[in-house]
Design a protein around this ligand. Structure first.
Ligand code: ADP
Ligand code: MG
Length: 307
């Protein structure tokens, strides 16, 4: 007899809602899922969101948290130029209102999973006397041209970005659309040398590419796309500084040969704005050039967990 409350009632409720998917030979309900896997290589990524760090209630709704928890992982798959296939979800639910919270989280997860055709393969449900913690693992397949790494940038490459940067905390961090379609279109149709998604901040994440590729960069301050939210900030930091350091933009930074960049900018394969912000250079470090031609060193500003 199916239970209707507690952990197993919740799992039963989730199980009945979750749609069949061609990747799911066996989905929720057994000890492990069985996937029909389309490719030889598999992308795997996991991200954990913690109440009080990555979101707070009631600023965020539970549905938004569910959507964000899946979206941050989809953004990582996008940054590899891959296609997300399946997800597994672990939750630590606060004991008070845990069931109600779990159902609303689930609706957010499902909505995003449907949008990107991701199979919900299973999960783990726990409760405790602590705040909400949710961790999602996403499995995906690289494009036929192979995964796009951080380490592949070449001197002379143009640095391009999708979208706009800064001020994400005002709402974008809960409402962004992961650049899965863009990442896949780029990886499938162009020779993308290196790519990363912006979670820590434009400068910090560009530095990851530079470090892994053992190269440097020149950026143009007046070409950085600054979001309306960054322009609206009033904390004394300039909009540019916000755009370079805020984080959770979940846009893509990628590098391509100049001819590829020109072709992309002339005829973009998607509607999402694409902007040329600078060049990869042999000299290490990242230089930011102002409109007057002066340059300063741009450090890896951005978010990191204190350890
Ligand atoms: P086990 O104890 O063998 O790990 P569980 O009772 O934890 O089994 O889970 C039973 C089934 O429900 C498994 O298929 C598991 O993947 C799925 N499941 C549990 N929690 C969730 C969740 N939050 N979302 C999706 N599937 C879940
Ligand atoms: Mg379990």
């Amino acid at each position: 007899v199916a239970e209707t409350s507690g952990e197993f009632g919740l799992i039963e409720w989730i199980r009945r809602r979750v749609a069949a998917h061609p990747a799911l030979e066996i989905g929720i309900g057994d000890d492990a899922a069985v996937l029909n896997w389309p490719s030889e290589k598999t992308l795997v990524t996991v991200d954990m969101l913690m109440e009080g760090v990555d979101f707070t209630f009631p600023e965020a709704s539970p549905e938004q948290v569910g959507r964000k928890a899946l979206s941050v992982n989809l953004s990582d798959i996008a940054a590899m130029g891959g296609k997300p296939i399946a997800a597994v979800v672990s939750v630590a639910l606060p004991r008070r209102h845990g069931a109600e919270l779990a159902r609303r989280l689930q609706q957010g997860i499902e909505q995003r999973a449907r949008e990107f055709d991701v199979a919900l393969a299973g999960g783990d449900t726990n409760s405790w006397d602590g705040p909400l913690v949710i961790s999602i693992t996403v499995l995906g397949e690289p494009s036929a041209r192979g995964p796009v790494l951080r380490s592949g940038a070449r001197a002379g490459d143009w640095i391009l970005v999708t979208g706009e940067f800064g001020g994400s905390i005002a709402g974008h961090h809960l409402e962004f659309t992961p650049r899965v379609r863009e990442g896949l279109l780029l990886a499938e149709n162009y020779d993308v040398h290196a790519m990363i998604d912006v979670s820590d901040g434009l400068a910090a994440d560009l530095h990851h590419v530079l470090d892994e590729s053992r190269l440097g960069a020149l950026l143009f301050a007046d070409r950085i796309p600054i979001s309306a939210a960054a322009r609206a900030t009033t904390d004394g930091k300039s909009p540019l500084e916000h755009a370079l350091s805020d984080g959770e933009d979940f846009e893509l930074i990628f590098t391509v040969a100049p001819e590829t960049a020109q072709a992309l900018l002339a005829l973009p394969p998607f509607d999402t704005p694409l902007t040329h912000i600078g060049f990869i250079e042999a000299a290490p470090g990242c230089r930011l050039q102002s409109a007057d031609g002066s340059q300063r060193e741009l450090p890896a500003l951005g978010w990191r967990h204190e350890l």
